[in-house]
Design a protein around this ligand. Structure first.
Ligand code: COA
Length: 324
């Protein structure tokens, strides 16, 4: 049986840093409110000419390098994004062109902040059925371009960035690579987190709108249930987790998950303070930060979870790297 191994990871953050104090210059907010309620201290912001595909390519090049592969070794590219370069074609095909990965088929996945766990699950399904031996899964966002900068309840929460992983289908020791995943959606909650625009509704891009308290409540409850579910599918317990690599929306949501799983601080990757919520990019950005810091090592069991607009949410267990 082939395993779907995670053999490379890379990330990219735009240069411009916006601190909480920077935001307080043009919207009625302050550093201590943002820090206390969210754990966010700063975020990155893409330049107007910097596109989601540009961020994605930078992250993908690093992931390819860390996996020891070239662009033409890749046969599938999946980009999870809510902020595509254009309505069509898929940002993934733009990334393909910029990378020169012409042996790949390429498409986007749209599940907002849950996009990366959705894309991992889609890749796992395709690769397990023989489509794609070497797949790039990328989460990339220029989310700040979707914000209403006069709405303090949303504009302080988000940032830009990209992260990528290389997945390889290989005969391998059991228990490595993607071990279990679960996906859920509940469209009844559309109105608590959405964008008030779109091609077939307003004809304009629109801005993020959110009822933060309601989203918070659902996040804690639904992520906990999803994590129970993947652990049960894999016949593992929270004690087996080496690293929780959660979606980075709010440190209080992350802390609630950490408490539920009874994990020590040393077992949770937290990047929300300097990345803010980068939507589909947040998990691979956190993953790359964990690997670069020498925390996440081959053989470690990673628990990934995310929730976003839809509502859509999911969780995934991955044993990182290759055996040996
Ligand atoms: N600066 C200062 N004050 C702010 C503010 C800001 N940026 N944003 C909102 N406030 C004010 C509100 O107006 C409100 O004032 P009032 O009491 O006078 O009406 C007060 O702060 C409390 O607002 P509330 O929305 O109840 O705060 P909260 O404790 O729920 O925190 C969030 C707000 C958004 C940080 C929190 O609900 C959250 O993180 N939710 C989840 C969001 C999320 O994860 N979304 C993405 C999922 S992918």
């Amino acid at each position: 049986m082939k395993q779907i191994l995670m053999t490379g990871v890379g990330s990219y953050l735009p240069e411009t840093i916006l601190t909480n104090n920077d935001l307080s210059q043009f919207v009625d907010t302050n550093d201590s409110w943002i820090k206390q309620r969210t754990g966010i201290e700063s975020r990155r912001k893409a330049k107007p000419e910097e596109l989601t595909s540009d961020l994605a390519v930078r992250a993908a090049e690093k992931a390819l390098h860390s996996a020891g592969l070239a662009a033409n070794d890749i046969d599938c590219i999946i980009v999870a994004t809510t902020t595509p370069d254009c309505t069509f074609p898929a940002t993934a095909t733009i990334v393909q062109n910029k990378l020169g990965a012409f042996n790949a088929f390429a498409f986007d996945v749209q599940a907002v902040c849950a996009g990366f766990v959705y894309a991992l699950s889609v890749a796992n399904g395709l690769m397990s059925s023989g489509q794609g031996k070497n797949t790039l899964v990328i989460g990339a966002e220029t989310f700040t371009k979707l914000l209403d900068w006069s709405d303090r309840s949303t504009c302080v929460l988000f940032g830009d960035g990209a992260g990528a992983v290389v997945l390889q289908a290989e005969e391998s020791e059991d228990g490595y690579g993607i071990i279990a995943n679960t996906l859920h959606s509940d469209g009844r909650y559309k109105d608590i987190l959405y964008v008030d625009g779109g091609v077939s509704s307003t004809g304009s891009i629109g801005h993020v709108r959110m009822q933060g308290r309601d989203v918070f409540k659902h996040a804690v409850e639904k992520l906990a249930a999803a994590m129970d579910e993947v652990l049960s599918i894999a016949e593992l317990t929270a004690d087996d987790i080496d690293w929780l690599v959660p979606h980075q929306a709010n440190v209080r949501i992350i802390n609630a998950m950490q408490k539920k799983l009874n994990l020590a601080d040393e077992k949770v990757i937290k990047t929300v303070s300097t990345h803010a919520n980068t939507s589909a990019a947040s998990i691979p950005l956190a993953l790359a930060a964990g690997v670069e810091a020498g925390k996440i090592k081959p053989g470690h069991l990673l628990a990934l979870e995310a929730i976003g607009g839809g509502l859509s949410w999911g969780a995934c267990l991955v044993r990182f790297g290759r055996p040996g």
